[in-house]
Design a protein around this ligand. Structure first.
Ligand code: HEM
Length: 140
């Protein structure tokens, strides 16, 4: 399974690049006053969201392969596995929330300031830390 774990982690890094950088783009986009800048941010957000979704789907597909191959029988009774799954659900919800924000900016419906998006930017940190500790330390 080392190949599957490798691809799982590669897609996970791709996914997180998007989950961290999309809200950064929203920070600058919310502050942007000129029309060419506004249009450029829309293109950047749309393309980055596509890449983010590729990372998301790849992470889930390779993660599920691991679950079916051995992890369900090995870890279904452990606390860390289910803690990780709760964190994954939070990340998936955050992924779709970012998609909603991309759409809001595209349709000129953003009403939030850059300060709000600075806070949004922090949301994926907690699930990332918890998941890495769960899968590596397997504490409970
Ligand atoms: C539906 C989503 C996911 C599923 C089903 C899943 C499932 C799994 C499974 C079964 C393993 C093997 C665990 C082991 O044998 O030790 C694994 C490894 C791993 N997962 Fe996930 N995972 C998912 C999402 C994620 C996410 C979102 C992250 C990062 C934030 C992540 C990070 C990792 C890492 C770093 C490893 C390698 C651990 C190691 O080999 O030491 N996974 N995943």
């Amino acid at each position: 399974m080392p190949w599957i774990v490798s691809f799982h982690v590669i897609f996970m890094v791709t996914w997180f690049a998007g989950l961290f950088y999309l809200p950064r783009l929203f920070v600058y986009h919310a502050d942007c006053k000129d029309a060419p800048g506004n249009e450029r941010f829309k293109v950047m957000e749309r393309k980055l969201y596509v890449m983010t979704n590729i990372g998301f789907i790849g992470t889930v597909v390779f993660g599920l392969i691991l679950v079916f191959a051995y992890a369900w029988s090995a870890y279904a009774m452990t606390g860390w596995f289910w803690t990780k799954m709760v964190m994954v659900i939070i990340l998936i919800a955050f992924n779709f929330y970012c998609g909603k924000l991309v759409k809001d900016f595209r349709e000129e419906r953003n009403i939030r300031s850059h300060k709000f998006y600075r806070l949004v930017n922090e949301i994926p940190v907690l699930p990332l830390v918890v998941i890495i500790i769960c899968v590596v330390v397997k504490p409970f």
